[in-house]
Design a binder for this molecule. Structure first.
Ligand code: KG4
Ligand code: ZN
Length: 344
């Protein structure tokens, strides 16, 4: 089965073709960061309009890269949620149109399921079961993953998502958008021990997160600084913030491994692209004797490949949606079920 995957849930237009036997055949991404940079965050209406402009030409290019035409596709998958409603509807409508036009099955994909399955696109994919730590711009959660569609939520952020905390910190420090890469870049020249920022909710039991206090702590440091625009100050504060975030995420991920007795950890979502996080987790996992899996950095952030893969796995299992399938802005991960349990 050869599947076209379409991702338009937020500010990236991602298109890919995945083949159940040959793997990923082609993928392309168009980032809207230039569209939203001036606003310091994603403007939903501008996101929808840009997806409309980009999605069809990008699909044509991906098909050309793969040397395929629309008739060579066996199924189509598009992100159905969670995400920005207007943005989701663009990809979903394109996906349904292609599938309907060619008489192929269509499936709406859960964006977070796609994120946590993304390491399966790499050469050394994880076996089930594993713990997934998903840290993106919209979500931060820990889940026990026993198979495709078998997700038990262990903990989640009670307020800001991890990526959102990076984005807000960048905004507070005037570093621009998207904030994660900007903070990481500034942190490269800073001292991670310069500021003693909180590691929220690590001192008490449980696997939930809370990141809004970290942003307030950054704001306090900035307000009380003698030279808040000084490059060295910004570098030190970014490095300290990044370190606090990485340590907090690791403490909870290690706790999830200990509490479930599992020895495999998958880290996915945009913050998983962070180089300091990857280093810290690699050394922590080595100490625990646990196996650690990341998607390549480009597949940590939003992309079409993970949608083609996650949708493809379910389409191969015989699952498909009706033409009345619509987008859903909110869609809890643990509402998903394995393909065979979902009625046709
Ligand atoms: O998964 P993703 O692309 O989109 C959502 O589904 O939300 O994640 C985007 C988030 C943004 O908050 C972005 O600032 C963050 O991931 N991010 C990073 C890095 N690259 C992206 N955060 C820290 N370090 C990075 N290198
Ligand atoms: Zn995402």
């Amino acid at each position: 089965m050869r599947v076209l995957g379409i991702e338009t849930s937020c500010d990236e237009t991602g298109i890919a073709v995945w083949d159940a036997e040959a793997g990923l055949l082609a993928h392309r991404l168009h980032s809207q960061s230039g569209v939203h940079a001036a606003y310091g965050g994603v403007v939903p209406e501008l996101a929808s309009r840009d997806h409309i402009r980009r999605a069809v030409p990008l699909t044509e290019r991906v098909l050309a890269d793969a040397g395929l035409g629309l008739d060579d596709l066996d199924g189509v998958a598009a992100t159905a949620g969670p995400g920005l409603m207007g943005a989701l509807l663009v990809g979903l409508s394109l996906g349904k149109a292609v599938a309907f036009g060619r008489g192929r099955p269509f499936l709406g994909v859960h964006h977070l399921e796609a994120h946590l399955l993304a390491p399966a696109l790499e050469d050394d994919p994880p076996d089930f079961p594993f713990i997934a730590l998903l840290v993106s711009g919209g979500h931060t959660l820990l889940a026990e993953v026993r198979g495709l569609g078998c997700y038990r939520l262990l903990g989640q952020s009670l307020d800001d998502a991890g990526g959102e905390a990076f984005d807000k910190t960048a905004k507070l420090l005037g570093l621009g958008y998207p904030g994660g890469p900007a903070v990481a870049q500034a942190a490269a020249n800073g001292n991670p021990a310069a500021f003693d920022l909180p590691r929220p909710m690590t001192g008490k039991p449980g696997l939930d997160f809370s990141f809004s206090g970290m942003k307030t702590a950054v704001l306090h440091c900035r307000k009380t600084a003698s030279a808040p625009s000084d490059e060295g100050f910004v570098a030190d504060l970014c490095a300290s913030f990044q370190q606090a975030m990485v340590e907090t995420l690791w403490i909870k991920a290690a706790r999830a491994l200990a509490e479930t007795g599992l020895e495999r950890l998958v880290v996915a979502g945009g913050v998983g692209a962070n180089a300091r996080l990857r280093e810290h987790f690699a050394s922590g996992a080595a100490d625990l004797g646990a196996e650690l899996f990341f998607p390549r950095p480009d597949f940590c952030t939003d992309n079409g490949a993970m949608i083609a893969y996650a949708g493809g796995r379910r389409l191969v299992a015989g699952e498909c949606d009706g033409w009345d399938r619509t987008a859903v802005a909110r869609w809890p991960l643990d509402q998903l079920a394995p393909p065979e349990r979902i009625p046709a």
